[in-house]
Design a protein. Structure first.
Length: 272
């Protein structure tokens, strides 16, 4: 090959290398430019975008806030309830009054007529109240009950109390009776059967408590009822009384002193 051809080939090789370098650099620049354009596009897109707004979702079944509901009562119903409460209070008060009257009348008891007149009520109303009290006291939780004799009511201790009452008032054989007890026993022994009111008229003092004590000790007993108004209880002495005083019969009792005709005490001691 001639020197001239060699020079031509060398120049061609240089041009080829320069072309390859130019193409390689251009490719690199093109790739870099493309990445820059993509990044710029993303930034532009991000700048153009807005943050999404959070909106309340409305539904057809939206829950409404609770409201306080006030139930209005029919005025007529409220008035009726107030009347019923007042009637119940009045009934309880009347029952309490009857209890007190029964306690005060003691063994003589309380008649329907007496209670009705005292409390300004009808006999039927008093009878209804007393029947309610009877049902209340029939419970085993109560120590006494209300007994009815015709139209007369009175308190009585229940049978479960009797043995304890005897122990409470029991006396031994050597114990002495008080003067009040001796007076009451003497009146009953001489005038039996006799009512509490008659005993009190003779002694001049109340005899209710003493009668309970003597009855609990077994020295006196109930002996039927008088035909007097209210049918009060009659009292008589017992066999234990006879044994305690060593008597075979009441005929062995000493005679009572008699007063002269001109004396103020012309009525004997036990005149009824």
């Amino acid at each position: 090959m001639s020197e001239k051809e060699n020079m031509i080939n060398d120049n061609a090789n240089v041009l080829d290398n320069d072309y390859d370098d130019e193409e390689t650099g251009r490719g690199t620049e093109d790739l870099s430019q493309m990445q820059d354009e993509e990044n710029a596009g993303e930034l532009a897109a991000m700048d153009g975008e807005k943050m999404p707004e959070v909106k309340a979702v409305e539904t057809a079944d939206a829950v409404e806030p609770k409201q306080s509901v006030q139930l209005s009562m029919d005025p007529s119903i409220q008035i009726d309830e107030e009347k019923n409460e007042a009637a119940q209070d009045h009934k309880k008060k009347n029952e309490a009054i009857l209890e007190g009257l029964l306690f005060l009348t003691g063994d003589d008891g309380l008649t329907l007529a007496q209670a009705a007149e005292t409390m300004d009520l009808k006999k039927s109303e008093v009878e209804e109240l007393l029947d309610e009290l009877q049902k209340y006291y029939v419970s085993d939780e109560r120590g006494f009950e209300i007994e009815r004799f015709g139209e007369t009511y009175r308190f009585l201790s229940k049978a479960c109390v009797h043995s304890y009452a005897k122990k409470l008032f029991q006396i031994n054989n050597e114990a002495k009776l008080s003067n009040a007890a001796m007076e009451t026993l003497a009146i009953i022994a001489y005038k039996q059967p006799i009512t509490r009111v008659e005993i009190e008229e003779i002694r001049g003092v109340g005899a209710d408590v003493m009668l309970h004590k003597l009855e609990a000790r077994g020295l006196i007993k109930e002996d039927g009822r008088s035909d007097a108004p209210g049918r009060p209880i009659l009292y008589s002495v017992t066999d234990e009384f006879m044994d305690a005083f060593k008597l075979m019969s009441l005929e062995e009792l000493p005679e009572l002193p008699k007063f002269g005709d001109g004396q103020e005490e012309s009525d004997d001691l036990f005149k009824q």
